[in-house]
Design a binder for this molecule. Sequence first.
Ligand code: NCD
Length: 325
Amino acid sequence: MNKPDQALLQYFNGKDILQMDQFNRLQIEAVLQTAAYYEQKLKNKERLYDMDGKLMASLFFEPSTRTRLSFESAMHRLGGNVVTVSEAPGLQFSSRSKGESIADSIKVISSYCDVLVCRSSEDGTRHVVADNSSVPVINAGDGAGQHPSQSFLDMYCIFKEKGSPDGKTVAMLGDLKYGRTIHSLSQALSHYDTKIIYSSVPGLEMPLDQLNQLKKAGVNYEETYNMEYAVKNSDIIYMTRVQKERFDTLAEYQEANKKLSFTAEYLQIMREGAIIMHPLPRAGELDEALDCYPGAAYFRQAAGGLPVRMALLALVCGVAKINSI
Ligand code: NCD
């Protein structure tokens, strides 16, 4: 990775972080370099004031622990402040509300703060929020749509554990239809010479429009229902949870869930040095017996969420400085 120059860092100033196809390889790596800088600062236990006087509004309309706490911790670690809303009965993200109340709410909330972090349960909310906000918006996950900050931390983990994704094969497993982390990470990897093997069960495959987008970008991918094949032939295994909250019926969810699990038996067939990633939380699909395997990277992956989100906040607020990186 080359060290980013000041102009590249300034590119992010005032920008929204909505979906991964906004960013090219250089821009992705600029975020990762900024995150590495903040990780070092955290290790040195330095007190930071980069966001002194700045306020982040944290709007989570879908349950979240990791993402929300890592964004809020990131802002505090940067010396900034946070206001937060988790439930607001008057606020409706649903299209049933005709988008009116959300638009007005975002106009008002953005007039109070310097950056807005938002999660909702509906794909596409990112655009409504961004269109109505007067400050930069970071999409912290919108329905089955996109989850770009997760992809930056996934890329951070891949670089740390395995180096550049060029020349590597990534198996993406689990709920590929509703898994927004899969959708975003696929777009990020499309800038690398990475092969992707998608493996799921019938009905939960990668959405066709997304596959077409990847095809256009020249991504080398394969689809299979044979999880063993995907695991055997990959350097990075990215497992995901079946997204219970996005199914119409509990029976449909249970049917899919019992077929999708990654057990410790797979260790026998994995490539030497292969790593296992998972965005967490896990819900039974990732065997706890895997946790002591050195390549089980998911907790290290989650820990990277803090410096990566510090980087994103500092970059969109224009306070990340090249001379410090
Ligand atoms: C992911 C999400 O919310 O999409 N989790 C997260 O951000 N840590 C994955 C998931 O919920 O399965």
